[in-house]
Design a protein around this ligand. Structure first.
Ligand code: SF4
Length: 379
């Protein structure tokens, strides 16, 4: 029997719990914001009022703002601003720019945002440097309009619908670029409505998101028509326990993946960020064994993997070091290769030899340990 993994609190989680059909042995992790505000514009939308109702039903007070601008988010120091913003939920209307969808290769054809910001504290968070201002979590009240607006993008694939291996997915929409859906679903109900919207859509389409949470109870039994692929972002224990504060433990995420797979959802793994820490083969081997146990015996399993190595930009490094000044995450430019992204932006990735070693190991070991898993891409 391999050693039992630890969850974020240091408790041992028996591997056999992953393979059982029972729901996870403890309640799913749910975020309780310290402050919730709603703008007047948000309250004009039925979904904005629905969110307010849900939040208040959870016993959390909602401040009705007089204006649509969010204020009072900054503290005396950078740390205080971070802490204040990260514990605030704002119910707002999405900015008009978000309603014009952008292609989002290689994950999906289009990016659709139902929220922006995330209450977790990952020390490598890719949102750092992508979003401006204090990292407050904003959830969008104009959900119905956002979902209705997707119709014009169906059949206009930019990436996945041109990939023969993914043709059956139809036009794909990624709904977790700037947030973590399962961190917020209990407060908004937005992603559940999106699942039902996609299930009833008269065109080949797929909704996708990735998450580090395990709160899937309200999705089990929902009419999803196999049109939503939920991927769980997972990592080896030294990475998840050190660097992913506020998220659900990896074994709980894998138990949630199993629950959805048993309910007929296509599911997936986002293994990210892959970090070349000492002994990485051993640690990631243990992760893949946990995955194999979690999907063992699932009838008709449809499982994909997206493999993303750790990278950072000068901007994200600066923001992350401001948020997590004592982080032990390696972000040493001298140990990385420079890569130029879209529009010439610089990012630091692992050198070519490390990349090649990682890639061949992951490809071989995933195939050997989880043969049902299809690798969608490596980056
Ligand atoms: Fe960032 Fe994702 Fe972690 Fe949230 S769960 S803090 S979005 S990396």
């Amino acid at each position: 029997v391999p050693p039992a993994p630890h969850d974020a609190s240091g408790e041992r989680v028996p591997i056999r719990d992953l393979a059982g059909l029972a729901p996870p042995p403890r309640p799913a992790r749910r975020w309780t914001p310290r402050r919730v505000v709603a703008t007047p514009a948000a309250l004009d939308h039925p979904h904005g009022r629905r969110i307010v109702g849900r939040v208040e039903a959870l016993g959390i007070e909602v401040e009705r703002l007089r204006a649509n601008r969010l204020t009072g988010l900054r503290g005396e120091t950078e740390r205080e601003t971070y802490a204040r913003a990260k514990s605030t939920l704002a119910i707002v209307v999405s900015p008009p720019s978000r309603r014009r969808l952008q292609p989002i290769a290689p994950s999906a054809d289009w990016r659709v945002d139902l929220a922006e910001g995330c209450p977790a504290h990952c020390q490598y968070c890719y949102l750092a440097g992508s979003l401006s201002g204090p990292p407050v979590t904003r959830v969008y009240a104009d959900l119905d309009e956002i979902l209705d607006g997707l119709a014009e993008y169906a059949g206009r694939g930019t990436v996945t619908s041109r990939d023969a291996r993914r043709a059956e997915e139809g036009t794909t929409f990624e709904a977790s670029c700037y947030t973590d859906p399962l961190a917020l679903e209990h407060l908004t109900g937005s992603w559940r409505r999106a699942v039902e919207h996609f299930a009833g859509w008269d065109a080949p389409v797929q909704l996708r998101w990735t998450t580090k949470y395990d709160d899937v109870g309200t999705f089990v039994g929902l009419a999803h028509a196999g049109r939503t692929r939920v991927r769980f972002s997972v990592n080896c224990l030294p990475v998840s326990t050190r660097f992913e504060g506020g998220t659900s433990p990896v074994p709980a995420r894998l138990a949630a993946l199993r629950r959805l797979a048993l309910d007929g959802y296509p599911v997936g793994l986002t293994i990210a960020p892959i970090i070349a820490l000492p002994d990485w083969r051993t640690h990631y081997g243990e992760l893949l064994d946990l995955v194999a146990a979690a999907v063992d015996g699932v009838p008709g399993l449809d499982l994909t993997a997206e493999l993303i190595t750790h990278r950072f930009t000068p901007g994200s490094r600066e923001v992350l070091l401001g948020w997590y000044p004592r982080t032990r995450l390696e972000m040493d430019e001298t140990r990385r290769s420079r890569k130029h992204g879209k529009f010439g932006a610089v990012k630091f990735v692992y050198p070519r030899e490390t990349m090649t070693e990682l890639r061949s190991w992951f490809t071989a070991e995933l195939t050997a340990r989880v043969p049902a898993c299809r690798i969608l891409y490596w980056t």
